[in-house]
Design a protein around this ligand. Structure first.
Ligand code: HEM
Length: 269
């Protein structure tokens, strides 16, 4: 399809869409029509929905890539930074993962369901380091009174999940990394509407990629924890702390200093 004048966002959207298309074609060649996965969904959107314009499909594609890649990789990086700073927690979560997986050569979905402590580690990571700390701005439909504050109709409301997640009125030792706080407290969860913990936002603007996001980082975390032991390099110099936890504010809040850890393969005896 011919693409006429487009703005920068459209251009990058279309570039990303074509890259995905190229990768799929290179991998599956003439079998691409039988491929069942991401490209299938995109193609069926074009064919079956009112979505035939390539530009719109490309934008949806970009949404998925922007929303889905940085958030997941940032969460993994923060999780390993916290674990490297807390070797006892690292040991406890690795013991759980290795006990459940045993000597299998692949981690299965059913294994992940049993990794209760690893899920607490992930929740605690997302509590302290929500990748998108300011949710998408909302506009009030009507005026409302909340705790003595009058909020007029049609104002833009910003929700700071970072502040809520570290509020000492809601959390004991709010600044500390303590996955155990969720152990006996499974009802505090980001998958239900619990305004104490909202790393994926909530309501109609809530993250549509939550299931894919959770499945992706649970699977990656379990594999990284299972197959490797992780060592902080000797030459780091962070004034006593093992890992520098400074933040960099961009589209998502990432580590200011990239995380360097030495992986040592875990040998199954
Ligand atoms: C660690 C993983 C992720 C986190 C923490 C996260 C977090 C968020 C947050 C906080 C929002 C704003 C929600 C609101 O304002 O209520 C959001 C929106 C969004 N997320 Fe995610 N996300 C993650 C993974 C993903 C993945 C894997 C995808 C897609 C493949 C995705 C796609 C999107 C999209 C398209 C929006 C915009 C929704 C809209 O415009 O209403 N996210 N995400």
């Amino acid at each position: 399809m011919q693409i006429e004048s487009v703005d920068i966002t459209d251009k990058s959207a279309i570039r990303s869409y074509h890259s995905v298309d190229r990768i799929i074609s290179a991998k599956f060649g003439s079998d691409a029509d039988n491929y069942h996965g991401y490209a299938d969904i995109i193609r069926s959107m074009q064919l079956n929905c009112n979505f035939s314009d390539e530009k719109r499909v490309a934008e949806a594609n970009l949404d998925l890539f922007v929303g889905g890649s940085d958030t997941v990789s940032t969460t993994i990086e923060w999780a390993f930074a916290e674990l490297a700073n807390n070797p006892k927690i690292m040991k406890k979560v690795q013991e759980e993962v290795r006990r459940i997986v045993g000597e299998k050569s692949m981690i299965e979905e059913n294994d992940l369901n049993q990794m209760k402590y690893m899920k607490c580690v992930i929740k605690e990571t997302l509590r302290l380091h929500p990748p998108g700390p300011f949710l998408i701005p909302r506009e009030t439909a009507n005026s409302v009174e909340i705790k003595g504050y009058h909020i007029p109709k049609k104002v833009t409301v910003y929700i700071n999940s970072y502040a809520i997640h570290r509020d000492p009125k809601l959390w004991d030792n709010a600044e500390e990394f303590i996955p155990e706080r969720f152990e006996g407290n499974q009802q505090v969860d980001y998958k239900v509407i619990d305004f104490q913990l909202i790393p994926f936002g909530f309501g109609r603007r809530g993250c549509p990629g939550i299931s894919f996001g959770v499945a992706s980082f649970e699977y990656m975390m379990a594999n990284l924890l299972y197959w490797f032991d992780w060592k902080v390099p000797n030459n780091n110099n962070n004034n006593g702390a093992l890992i520098d936890m400074s933040e960099f504010n961009g589209l998502s809040v990432t580590k200011k200093q990239p995380l360097y850890l030495e992986p040592m393969p875990y040998l199954i005896c």
